[in-house]
Design a protein around this ligand. Structure first.
Ligand code: ZN
Ligand code: ZN
Length: 154
């Protein structure tokens, strides 16, 4: 944390991260305020510099883990980021403690990572990723242009 101000990257180099699916303004992926409600377990809230507010539960974030293993697993199972795994069918319900992080770690100035209470630690949640999976109604409306209902027959 001692090299503040030394990193000078031209904008177009810094912004062209491979795999960046969505274009956001600089303010849209720069958090003004990050609140991790670790104690009460309600999740993470970010107020972005463009005035937008995002909120995710810990369970959602765990199920949206961006590490390679979790991405592969979701793709194999056809789950969207944040979509919970289907409950295994067992005779007795297994007690599962609520998902929450034991620890939250800043990753440079561009991301955070969580030490989840299930032992998983490899996901790095970049601001860009988090903004692109914003859970609010307005962003959801943008994801799915087609409103629910059966597709019109041609
Ligand atoms: Zn993961
Ligand atoms: Zn949103």
């Amino acid at each position: 944390m001692s090299h503040e101000g030394i990193r000078i990257l031209p904008d177009d180099v810094a912004r062209k991260a491979p795999g960046a699916e969505k274009e956001f303004s600089r303010e849209a992926i720069d958090p003004q305020h990050v609140r991790v409600n670790q104690t009460d377990g309600t999740g993470v809230e970010i107020v972005w510099k463009d005035g937008h507010t995002s909120h995710w539960t810990f369970a959602w974030l765990r199920a949206a883990c961006p590490c390679a293993t979790c991405v592969e697993e979701r793709e194999a199972e056809g789950r969207a980021p944040g979509e919970q795994k289907p409950e295994p069918k067992t005779a007795l319900p297994i007690f599962k403690p609520a998902v929450r992080p034991n620890k939250v770690n800043p990753v440079g100035r561009y991301a955070i990572s969580f030490d989840w209470n299930d032992g998983h630690t490899s996901g790095i949640y970049s601001w860009h990723y988090l903004r692109s999976v914003c859970n609010c109604d307005a962003c959801h409306a943008n994801f799915s242009e087609a409103p629910g209902g059966p597709p019109a027959t041609a």
